[in-house]
Design a binder for this molecule. Structure first.
Ligand SMILES: Cc1ncc(COP(=O)(O)O)c(C=O)c1O
Length: 279
């Protein structure tokens, strides 16, 4: 198995031992969760859709008032080349740094986890979980950081653990007023009345997904970006999750109801995989 690679933005990019400590204890990324990140798929030995990820990294950094340093494309390519495998996961992170210091940027490349490969092939069971806030609040109260890819993901990870306790591998958040939002690490879409439906990120304060951006432009059916209710999701013919490394993954079971690996999901997944390889 290919070994992980760690590269630092400062002074380079510069490759370091992945076991080396690279952050100070008073880094605000560590102390306060003030850090931004991107998870990028490596396919055919290259980071896929890097420009989209770097644009989002920069938008997230602005929301956290992190002065994002330059040099991310070179950092990504140095780390990916050093990893040397066709497939992998490239994680770019920038912390705010210590109160008296500069932001710290780094790239970590690791192999694709077995669970990810399994989900790509077989799909996942998902449960709906409340996020406990109305759908509009994360877009109208910017300090809640809706749509920001920050490392303050403890709630996201706790949601996945809650899903596991219910016998599922993934979750779909529902607002307190019954509107479908997103997964803790994925955009959600479903098929209703022969059309593809996905929530409007800017209205519900969800992350604008790069996978959704690429896949929906290649959808075999018309795409409606609109609000959808929990009832509609539960009645959908197909439900799927989209994220960079997993791609388009069918939800095979939702809240205990069996769903197939539907035709639209299959075609979207195929179109996304071709786009990842430059097609
Ligand atoms: C909360 C959330 N929504 C959506 C996504 C999907 O984004 P992308 O397709 O760019 O990976 C992610 C990705 O990690 C995420 O964390």
């Amino acid at each position: 198995m290919t070994r992980p690679v760690l590269a630092l933005l400062a002074g380079g990019p510069r490759l370091v031992d992945p076991a080396d400590p690279i952050l100070r204890a008073d880094d605000l990324g560590v102390a306060r969760g003030e850090a931004v990140f991107e998870t990028v798929r490596i396919a055919a030995g290259r980071p896929a859709f890097l420009d989209l990820h770097l644009e989002r990294l920069s938008r997230s950094a602005a929301r956290l008032a992190i002065a994002l340093p330059a040099g991310w494309a070179e950092l990504a390519s140095v780390a990916t080349d050093a990893f040397g495998a066709d497939d992998g996961v490239l994680r770019l992170t920038c912390t705010k740094g210590p109160p008296d210091g500069d932001p710290v940027g780094f790239a970590l490349v690791t192999p694709v986890p077995a669970a990810t490969l399994h989900a790509r092939e077989h799909g996942v069971a998902a449960v709906t979980l409340t996020l406990g806030v109305p759908a509009a609040v994360r877009s109208t109260a910017p300090w809640l950081l809706g749509g920001v890819k920050s490392t303050s993901y403890a709630v996201n990870m706790a949601s996945l653990r809650a899903a596991e306790q219910l016998g599922a591998q993934d979750a779909i958040w529902i607002s307190s007023d019954g509107i479908v939002l997103e997964g803790p690490t994925a955009t959600v879409g479903w098929v209703s009345g022969g059309r593809l439906v996905t929530p409007p990120a800017e209205r519900v304060g969800t992350l604008a997904g790069t996978t959704a951006h690429i896949a929906f432009a290649r959808s075999p059916v018309p795409v409606d970006t609109r609000l959808g209710t929990l009832e509609e999701l539960r009645a959908a013919a197909e439900v799927f999750l989209l994220s960079s490394v997993r791609g388009v993954v069918p939800v095979r079971q939702l809240d205990g109801r069996e769903l197939g690996f539907g035709q639209v999901t299959r075609e979207l997944a195929g179109a996304f995989e071709r786009a990842v390889l430059g097609g």
